[in-house]
Write a protein that binds this ligand. Structure first.
Ligand SMILES: [Zn+2]
Length: 246
């Protein structure tokens, strides 16, 4: 689904637009011309639907070379191994997640608690995935004629990253599960969810002057996206916490 020139939504589940498997987060495709990148991988239960969407949007599969993960939760990262294998992708993720992704559970993934809570079926599997490039704050990633900058945005989970891109005077934020439409957030009862880190993340995101707001679920905004980040920040200025989605 084309969002803007060179930007597509190729995966999205039941917390989104049902473009692919119900457990998939939003999977964005950024086409930089000579090469393209996916942001997040979805849950890996029906990769073929994502591949079909890429092709239907007119981007050749062999142009897709990179997978950028926002964080380790299964709806974002369990599909990484399959996509890496199918497309020969290089997988980029936060340094903190490398060991957990290599085993498919643990710190930053929390699959056990998520299954126990009924968020995933008992037979759900997270295929281990090797990370090729370990990311830290401020790293830049070229994708054809686009460049993304890594912003560490912990709080929702450990090793959570956002990716900021400026192109033709427009600022894009691939924000993962940090802040959602309307300024809502997802605090969860899992060991690596960190409220104080989350509050620092919201403050930082409130200073970005984003135009195109591309979160990991629910609605996105193609103009004036900063208002969602500002809405989260307004709750903090009242000594409150933004409304929680869960
Ligand atoms: Zn998440």
């Amino acid at each position: 689904m084309k969002l803007r020139e060179g930007l597509y939504l190729v995966g999205s589940g039941s917390w989104g637009f049902d473009l692919s498997d119900e457990l998939d987060c939003h999977v964005y495709l950024l086409d930089g011309g000579s090469e393209a990148a996916l942001v997040d991988a979805g849950g890996g239960r029906n990769m073929d639907l994502i591949l079909r969407n890429i092709e239907q949007d007119g981007v050749p599969l062999d142009r897709v070379r990179t997978l950028l993960l926002t964080h380790g939760h299964a709806d974002h990262a369990a599909g990484a191994a399959g996509l890496k294998e199918a497309l020969g992708l290089r997988v980029f993720a936060a340094q903190e997640l490398v060991e957990s992704l290599a085993v498919g559970d643990g710190w930053g993934i929390s699959l056990g608690p998520a299954k126990a809570a009924g968020l995933y079926p008992a037979d759900f599997t997270f295929r281990p995935c090797a990370v090729d490039v370990e990311l830290k704050d401020g790293h830049t990633i070229p994708v054809g004629d686009c460049t993304l900058t890594v912003i560490e945005t912990p709080g929702h989970s450990a090793g959570h990253l956002s990716y900021l891109m400026e192109k033709d005077g427009i600022r894009y934020l691939f924000g993962g599960d940090a802040v959602f439409f309307g300024g809502r957030i997802v605090l969860q009862n899992i060991p690596d969810c960190d409220l104080q880190a989350y509050l620092r993340t919201i403050k930082r995101l409130s200073e970005l002057a984003v135009d195109v707001f591309l979160p990991g679920h629910l609605c996105f905004s193609l103009r004036d996206g900063q208002r969602h980040l500002n809405a989260a920040m307004e709750a903090l200025t009242r000594l409150g916490v933004p409304p929680n989605l869960t």
